[in-house]
Design a protein around this ligand. Structure first.
Ligand SMILES: [Zn+2]
Length: 175
């Protein structure tokens, strides 16, 4: 939903944190100033993209998926990537498939996609979760980072920690 310049009706009534919308499930969609919306299933929709705007995506997540990972591995620490890892049905690439290019290293399994125009890494295809999408929370629109709880992930010792991460993400996707 695009910003119209008008203050949404429900923001006038309830100028509160998004948690409050948990009580208002009978609204089909609840647009907010920051572009965050929630649907009847309590899935919260975020929009995001790269810096130049060529790559745009939407991701729809559960309340518990607001717990995300900050990884210390060789590539994530340099990118500053904050990991929101979702199954494909929760992610929609709106535009920019043709503007993405891919970097690989080590096993070559993870496909580190990035915008070839502006160089941002809005999402990629992780080795840890085959078929899933790893969204960079830093590339979501608006000032939404404070909606998320950031947990450290020890990607330096990836083999020892990846099974726990997979189990955690599968449970978060369902609650
Ligand atoms: Zn770009």
């Amino acid at each position: 939903m695009e910003k119209t310049g008008q203050k949404p009706f429900q923001d006038l009534l309830f100028p509160l944190h998004w948690h409050y919308y948990l009580f208002l499930g009978w609204f089909r969609f609840l647009p907010r100033e920051d572009g965050v919306t929630m649907d009847v299933n309590q899935m919260i929709l975020y929009k995001g993209g790269c810096h130049c705007g060529a790559v745009r995506f939407e991701v729809s997540i559960t309340p518990s998926q607001h717990a995300i990972e900050d990884c210390n591995c060789s590539i994530c620490r340099k990118k500053g990537f904050l990991h929101l890892i979702v199954p494909p049905e929760q992610f929609n690439l709106v535009t920019g498939q043709d503007k993405l290019t891919t970097y690989t290293f080590n096993t070559g399994t993870a496909k580190h996609t990035f915008c070839q125009v502006c160089g941002m890494h809005p999402f990629y295809y992780p080795r840890s979760h085959p078929g899933w999408i790893d969204v960079n929370v830093r590339c979501l629109d608006g000032d939404v980072l404070s909606n998320f709880e950031i947990h450290p992930f020890d990607g330096v010792n990836w083999e020892e920690n990846v099974d726990a991460l997979r189990a955690k993400d599968e449970s978060k996707a369902q609650s």
